[in-house]
Design a protein around this ligand. Structure first.
Ligand code: G3I
Length: 708
């Protein structure tokens, strides 16, 4: 009767058994460590977070800092992980997700925790597993007011028609009846004395669009006690409420765009053993009523647009998106367009209009925007968008530019560039300041797999092409991020056959690297292969190749880019702890195996109260002793409650000193540079504020770079 059985929980007595190249760290720690997330009991309704840190529960998009609802529009694919990016209380947490969205990630299989030495790669698959990038994947010239950055020719992706329609359910799927439950049974649970939680009377349902649906979830446990409950994802517009009697309800009024078969997954957790679980997926068939005129018409909206600071005489390009829950496209009215403004439709998104103008004087502009219903013109909603226009002189930063100071030390000083920065209202200012201050730039998102290769044989290069072109113009070295990661993978890769993943991985590495050639001389080849406890992460790649995926990825990267610097990039490894130990063990194993790795990228997402500098110096020393370079790749310093900008400045300065004091440290790079755009925007973790004004941290590193 059991549909699946989890095997990822540690057996008692496991600690003495592990042997293998990385056993001392990677495996032993996995088995014996006490800080792994699997040991963290989830609160009722709360899925466990990977690091036990606070989880805002916010959708990735809300915390990514990638602009507002219509900002960077020329994208394809999506973050298919379905995981959340929370905010960790830990000091250097790059990501908080659980890998592939599973609730039961666990320790590595010890047998495959070895890295094969001196591997010789087979030729790339021939014929290729997927079509090589063709003419239909080439970016096209951007016509019209797409960009406000004028010094290079901006391209855009050919189309946005790369939706992954895998998994769209049909009436036949619904008719086949409810899906079986999925059970998660930790090995240590005695099922003869502890019975599984289950759901009372839960089944598939049907509803007409416009009608309100209530589904009650009543978890039961025959041993007594009330099981916990947590939903996987809540449909847009739905509410998931606590009835304060052990049950929860999903209350949802689906509308026209939801017509079809929808799924909702919910998990009941045992009152005693929270990882002892029953997961149910119900299907909701949303039907169109014979008379749709009865469906309530909700007023349309202008999507959120963050306030921006812009500069006199720059082109300001504002992407304005309107939307209506019923799927129709509202009209947009701009009550007070700035003098000389043009408004044109977006080249492929009907719901987006592009407003473009050149502000002539310093002032505050409050744009009054209204979305009006396509069917009932009496229905509308308005939004005010504020743009602060400042003089060029308002952005002058005293002293020398950071890149001038760094160049005399042969140091790369960098930032991660916002994907599609040139489409933002403040894009020209962003581009200018970044180029003035930094000689090094990383592709924050624009080379991630789900964006670049959302479907087999289909490539979307425009964001990366534009960034590379911009960097060349501004004499910045480009750092490619990231070739092999467990996140931001397209669905087709996660669904691919295990025995073909190596081929897909190698093809992707080769195609991306060869497209950019010498224009990208430094690559993050593998990102975040380790868990918090120093064990290997159970990932799309690990499950197919074991730890060897790391070696294979580096060898392919070396074949494709013989001259490039190849990095392993990781978070939570700069200071002491099991994960740092795991890193040293991994890098030792790789160098012993002859893997062509040149250095380690230390992410360093820190908090402003960080003070473990001696530990960082020691870790840097261990990496240097392995004859590897050190790149600080993703530094940011969050100001959390009770912390100050001065503390933040000190952390930036101390980390810079550690880098300057370590001859193998080649780069000091922040994960962005203005608090306007940061994945941790709410904690203002960067060098300039949201108005592009330098903060104490900027002056601290400027001063430190100027010292001997
Ligand atoms: O591409 C989609 C787009 O199609 C969609 O319209 C838009 C709005 O929902 O979302 C876009 O994807 C977002 C992407 O940023 C680009 O904006 C994702 O939802 C969002 O999850 C993603 O967040 C990024 C995150 O990695 C994802 O894991 C952050 O911006 C980025 O700063 C962060 O960077 C990582 C490094 O790569 C690795 N180290 C940790 C670091 C921080 O998490």
């Amino acid at each position: 009767m059991f549909h699946s059985r989890s095997t990822s929980f540690l057996k008692p007595g496991f600690c003495g058994l592990k042997i293998g190249l990385l056993s001392l760290m990677l495996v032993f720690l996995a088995a014996c460590g006490s800080s792994g997330s699997d040991n963290t009991a989830p609160a009722d309704d709360t899925p466990p977070t990977q690091d036990g840190g606070e989880d805002t529960g916010a959708d990735d998009a809300d915390t990514s800092g990638q602009g507002d609802d219509a900002g960077s529009t020329d994208t394809a694919g999506s973050d298919g992980d379905g995981s959340t990016t929370g905010t960790a209380t830990g000091s250097d947490s790059g990501t908080d997700d659980t890998g592939n969205g599973s609730t039961d990630s666990g320790s590595s299989d010890p047998v495959s925790s070895e890295i094969t030495a001196d591997r010789v790669l087979d030729p790339l698959p021939n014929p290729p597993l997927t079509a090589a990038p063709g003419a239909d994947s080439e970016p096209v010239r951007a016509l019209g007011p797409v960009s406000n950055v004028t010094e290079f020719f901006v391209v855009r992706n050919p189309t946005r028609d790369l939706e992954d329609d895998y998994g769209i359910l049909t009436d036949e799927d619904f008719a086949a009846g409810p899906l079986p439950a999925v059970y998660h049974i930790p090995e240590h649970v005695d099922t003869s004395t502890n019975s599984l939680p289950y759901f009372d009377n839960l089944t598939d349902v049907e509803v007409f669009a416009g009608e309100e649906l209530t589904v009650i979830f009543k978890p039961l446990d025959d041993d007594g006690g009330i099981p916990g409950l947590f939903p996987n994802a809540i449909p847009a517009g739905a509410r998931y409420v606590d009835n304060f009697n052990g049950t929860r309800s999903l209350i949802w009024r689906p509308l026209q765009p939801q017509v079809g078969i929808q799924e909702f997954t919910i998990t009941a957790t045992d009152p005693v053993e929270p990882y002892y679980r029953t997961e149910r997926t119900i299907r909701i068939k949303v039907k169109m009523p014979s008379d749709p005129s009865g469906i309530v018409n909700i007023a349309p909206v202008v999507n959120e647009i963050w306030p921006r600071t812009v500069r006199v005489n720059d082109f300001v390009t504002l992407y304005i998106k309107v939307s209506d829950a019923n799927g129709t496209i509202p009209s947009l009215e701009i009550a007070n367009p700035p003098a000389g403004a043009t408004i044109v439709p977006h080249y492929s998104e009907e719901a987006i209009s592009i407003l473009r103008f050149v502000p002539q004087t310093a002032e505050a502009i409050d744009l009054e925007l209204t979305a009006r219903d396509a069917e009932d013109t009496s229905l509308s909603t308005s939004r005010t968008v504020t743009l602060e226009v400042l003089e060029d002189s308002d952005f002058i930063r005293p002293g020398s530019r950071l890149r001038e100071l760094a160049a005399s030390r042969d140091l790369l000083i960098g930032y991660a560039a916002l994907q599609g920065f040139y489409e933002q209202p403040d894009g020209a200012l962003y581009a200018d300041i970044a180029a003035e201050e930094f000689n090094f730039v990383t592709t924050e998102n624009s080379l991630k797999w789900d964006l670049v290769n959302p479907l087999p044989g289909k490539y979307r290069w425009a964001q990366a092409d534009n960034l590379v072109q911009h960097a060349k113009t501004r004499r910045q070295a480009v750092h490619g991020h990231t070739l092999v990661w467990h996140r931001q993978l397209p669905g087709w890769i996660k669904r691919s056959a295990l025995d073909e993943r190596e081929g897909h991985m190698r093809e992707f590495i080769d195609r991306v690297i060869t497209r950019y050639g010498d224009d990208i001389p430094i690559w993050d080849v593998v990102n975040e292969a380790l868990e918090e406890d120093g064990s290997f992460r159970q990932s799309t790649w690990y499950e197919a190749m074991g730890a060897d995926f790391i070696d294979i990825a580096f060898r392919q990267a070396r074949l494709s880019a013989p001259e490039a610097v190849l990095l392993y990039n990781e978070y939570d490894v700069s200071f002491a702890g099991p994960k740092s130990d795991g890193l040293i063990a991994l890098m030792t194993a790789l160098t012993d195996a002859g893997t062509p790795v040149d250095g380690v990228g230390f992410q360093m997402h820190l908090d402003a109260d960080f003070d473990r500098y001696e530990e960082v110096a020691a870790t840097f020393g261990k990496i240097a002793a392995l004859d590897l370079d050190i790149y600080i790749t993703e530094l940011d310093v969050s100001i959390r409650s009770g912390m100050s900008e001065e503390q933040q400045a000190e952390v930036y300065e101390e980390v810079l000193s550690l880098c300057l004091d370590q001859p193998r440290c080649k780069a000091y790079q922040a994960w962005g540079f203005t608090d306007m755009y940061s994945w941790r925007r709410e904690f203002n973790p960067l060098l300039l504020d949201r108005r592009y004004q330098p903060k104490p941290a900027y002056f601290a590193i400027q001063e430190r770079l100027g010292q001997n």
